[in-house]
Design a protein around this ligand. Structure first.
Ligand code: A2R
Ligand code: GDD
Length: 319
């Protein structure tokens, strides 16, 4: 199989490519020219890498036509919900146009190519308490530029499948974390500060944003396993929640991370980390993917949090 991953050097892309190489797939990947390739430095020689800005139709078109992949995992995106509030244009341009261009390029090719479009639970937005856990039929009510962009990509994927017969599978991923996720997301934000405090690089004060939100958090390695299974068994045009079906408060996740450190650390609210509109609860129902694709999460949250903290400890040379 010739597989193309857009956004291969990002957090999820770097875990997905490791999994695909074990399956002996031939992997092609795109990165944004200028971005760091650190996440994939150990496997670079096993891949075909190309710089490509997905907002440039001609670049993307030349690349896909040259590779002629059988499968495309579309991960490249502006991925931060928090930053999307201050960068709405860049968010919409990258996510909506990038996805639309890819769908349009695939539509124009004679070859049948399967695409997995990676969406987000953020597209569900502020759901009513009676709609928790969220199923794939819950209405989309996004409240961030990022959520709007991902809702649009999800609908474009649906329309390209129904109108033009493009084989698109719509993944709706809830929160996921693990080693290599960069700061700007809650777990690396907390874990990187703890590691810096342990290394003596920061005073023992951990800055946090809103701790009352509840999220459904999975391990990135479980999530990439879901992507591979969806590519094998997912139905064209269908949407699938990828989630643990467990709601964890951010406060409790912080408690677990702090309990893994011997340092006495105080917690301080940093108003700059709050958002103009916050989704209080995002917990998904994973019945559909369990029943139709045969996926379930396997890695316990405690292990994910410990391995993420250890990743940051290694970066700051705590050990
Ligand atoms: O932002 P950078 O320089 O790290 O590059 C990101 C890349 N990217 C692009 N690639 C091509 N053309 C663009 N215009 C463009 N803008 C950004 O996509 C990064 O390497 C990759 C996305 O990876 P992460 O930001 O690490 O996100 P993550 O967590 O791997 O998310 C994968 C997918 C995304 O669609 C998220 O929205 C979704 O899962 O949650
Ligand atoms: N980033 C961050 N940093 N968030 C914090 C902090 C902090 O210091 N303190 C509290 N939070 C809260 C946020 O306000 C939010 O309620 C929650 O922690 C999770 O924030 P993020 O980790 O930034 O994730 P997200 O839920 O906004 O978005 C992530 O999950 C989506 C799937 O639901 C991202 O990974 C998206 O790309 C992904 O699509």
């Amino acid at each position: 199989m010739k597989v193309l991953i857009t956004g291969i050097a990002g957090f999820v892309g770097s875990h997905l490519v490791e999994k695909l190489l074990k399956k002996k797939d031939e992997v092609f990947g795109t990165y944004l020219p200028g971005e760091s390739l650190e996440n994939i430095q150990n496997i670079r020689l096993s891949l075909h890498l190309s710089g490509c800005d997905i907002t440039q139709f001609d670049q993307l078109s030349r690349l896909v036509k040259r590779i002629q992949p059988d499968l495309i995992y579309h991960l490249a995106a502006f991925s931060s919900v928090g930053k999307s509030f201050t960068h709405p244009l860049e968010t919409i341009k990258t996510n909506v146009y990038g996805t639309l261009y890819l769908l349009e390029i695939v539509r124009s090719l004679k070859k049948q190519i399967k695409i997995l479009v990676v969406g987000s639970s953020d597209m569900y937005g502020k759901v009513l308490p009676r709609d928790i856990p969220i199923t794939e039929n819950t209405p989309l009510s996004p409240v961030s530029p990022y959520g709007v962009s991902k809702a649009t990509c999800d609908l474009l994927a649906y329309q390209y499948c129904k109108s033009y017969g493009v084989y698109v599978i719509r993944a709706r991923s809830f929160n996921h974390t693990g080693p290599r996720q960069r700061t700007g997301f809650v777990i690396p934000d907390f874990a990187s500060q703890i590691a810096q405090i342990e290394a003596g690089l920061l005073p023992p004060v951990l800055k946090v944003g809103n701790l009352s939100a509840k999220r459904d958090l999975s391990d990135v390695r479980d999530v990439v396993r879901a992507y591979v299974k969806l590519m094998q068994r997912g139905k064209a045009g269908e949407a699938y929640n990828i989630c643990s079906q467990q709601g964890y408060s951010i406060k409790n996740m912080l408690k677990v991370l702090l309990s893994l450190s011997k340092k006495k650390i105080t917690v301080k609210l940093d108003k700059k980390r709050s958002r103009p509109s916050e989704i209080p609860v995002l917990v998904g129902d994973n019945t559909k993917i369990r029943k139709t694709v045969g996926w379930k999460p396997e890695i316990p949250l405690e292990r994910t949090l410990k391995e993420t903290l250890d990743y940051w400890r290694k970066r700051y040379k705590v050990f």
